[in-house]
Design a protein around this ligand. Structure first.
Ligand SMILES: Cc1cc2nc3c(=O)[nH]c(=O)nc-3n(C[C@H](O)[C@H](O)[C@H](O)COP(=O)(O)O)c2cc1C
Length: 224
């Protein structure tokens, strides 16, 4: 390919304004039913669902199209057990001393603590790495750009795709996360950024009321 080959952009349907309004409203209605879930069933979920959701995440906009991400999918009971043990060790230190009063107060309405049984019960643990070095071709070690932003957008699309497939997710960030490189057999230039727990919710799963309070439009947007 030449440096700047082009193609016509014909992918978007030409909806009417009314259709656009209806579709955007329907999408909002679907997205507002998403909640972070902390109680998972141990039911299996087809791998294809996760593969398709990761492919959707991989279409995200990103710095210079280097696609600076890697998704390590943990599905075996042994690996899940090892991840849970390591994460709970970090989490105990976090809740007992590292977090500080203000952070613990912010977390209190969510009811989280150092016990993470969902790390063993959920069907999949998707460990998301940002690649500081890479490039578009396999084996390249070029500088990557806007890694955090790119991985954040891709993760949002992954969560959206999984929600659309009827799966519950939990964005989990044990603090620190360096242990994930060894556990997932990833090189040191990759930075573990999040664990996305994915699966079916437990039949008796609950959500904290606190998480249902979302800011209204006039607090999160301005029109200039
Ligand atoms: C970067 C990030 C890290 C998070 N880390 C954790 C975590 O370690 N444990 C947890 O239970 N929830 C975690 N959450 C979930 C948030 O608590 C949750 O998204 C928030 O309370 C809003 O609730 P909702 O997702 O149901 O709308 C995290 C969310 C984000 C975006």
């Amino acid at each position: 390919m030449k440096p700047h080959d082009t193609l016509p952009y014909t992918a978007l349907p030409d909806y009417s304004d009314a259709e656009r309004i209806a579709r955007s409203r329907d999408f909002y209605d679907a997205m507002k039913t998403r909640r972070t879930c902390r109680y998972f069933a141990d039911d299996p979920v087809p791998r294809a669902v996760i593969a398709n959701a990761i492919l959707a995440a991989g279409t995200a906009p990103n710095g210079a199209n280097h696609q600076p991400w890697h998704f390590a999918v943990i599905e075996t009971p042994e690996k899940k057990k090892a991840l849970r043990a390591a994460a709970e060790e970090e989490e105990r230190a976090f809740y007992e001393s590292k977090a500080g009063k203000e952070w613990l107060e912010a977390l209190a309405p969510l009811g989280t603590d150092a016990d993470k049984p969902f790390l063993e019960t959920a069907a999949y643990l998707i460990v998301i790495f940002g690649q500081r070095k890479g490039g578009i071709n396999p084996g390249e070690m070029k500088q990557n750009y806007y890694v955090s932003e790119s991985v954040g957008i891709a993760t949002g699309m992954l969560i959206t795709a999984l929600h659309d497939a009827g799966l519950a997710t939990l964005t989990h960030t044990p603090n620190p996360m360096k242990f994930l490189n060894e556990l997932c057999e990833r090189p040191s230039h990759e930075k573990p950024m999040m664990i996305l727990v994915a699966g079916k919710p437990a039949p008796d799963a609950t959500i904290p009321v606190h998480a249902t309070i979302k800011k209204p439009l006039d607090q999160i947007a301005s029109w200039l």
